[in-house]
Write a protein that binds this ligand. Structure first.
Ligand code: FES
Ligand code: FES
Length: 167
């Protein structure tokens, strides 16, 4: 059946079974491969996107539940003129990614957190950022979120102890 919604502000309509995971519609039907498949069971967060402003794990959301809603993916974070989102800029400055596989999901989770609470505390970051990174970039993720919110303008990779940042 045809299911219509918007992705990054653009209207789309896909003809798929309504229980098809949103992740596969984004990747296979719409070519938006920035959203990654990790576990497929809502455990790792690699597939994180926003639906009507709420952070969701798209591997476990039937596309039928996105009908009529606004989906936002990593591809939709940058401004119309190509300027990267402040979280993406902070990620680059802090040199967060290692293999990079989890990072689009991490960034989507960070954007949702900042949009929800403004300037999160370390405790709020630790509580909210439940995405898994097998490269252990967690200290740099925290530093980048703090930098993006102005909580610690000097929070860069240089301020992260090597034994934590280079796991
Ligand atoms: S692939 Fe969706 S949470 Fe892991
Ligand atoms: S950067 Fe490799 S899994 Fe997170």
């Amino acid at each position: 059946m045809a299911i219509a919604f918007t992705v990054n502000g653009q209207p789309v309509s896909v003809t798929v079974e309504e229980d098809t995971p949103l992740l596969w519609v984004l990747r296979e039907e719409l070519g938006l491969t920035g959203t990654k498949f990790g576990c497929g069971v809502a455990a790792c967060g690699a597939c994180s996107v926003q639906v009507d402003g709420a952070l969701v794990r798209s591997c476990s959301l039937p596309v039928g539940e996105a009908a009529g809603k606004a989906v936002r993916t990593i591809e939709g974070l940058k401004a119309a003129d190509g300027t990267l989102h402040k979280v993406q800029q902070a990620w680059i400055a802090a040199q967060v990614p290692q293999c990079g596989y989890c990072q689009s999901g991490q960034i989507m989770a960070a954007v949702a957190l900042i949009e929800q609470v403004g300037t999160p505390s370390d405790a709020e970051i630790d509580a909210a950022m439940t995405n898994i990174c097998r490269c252990g970039t967690y200290p740099r993720i925290r530093a980048a979120i703090r930098a993006a919110t102005g909580a610690a303008a000097a929070a860069t990779a240089a301020s992260v102890p090597a034994e934590q940042g280079d796991a």
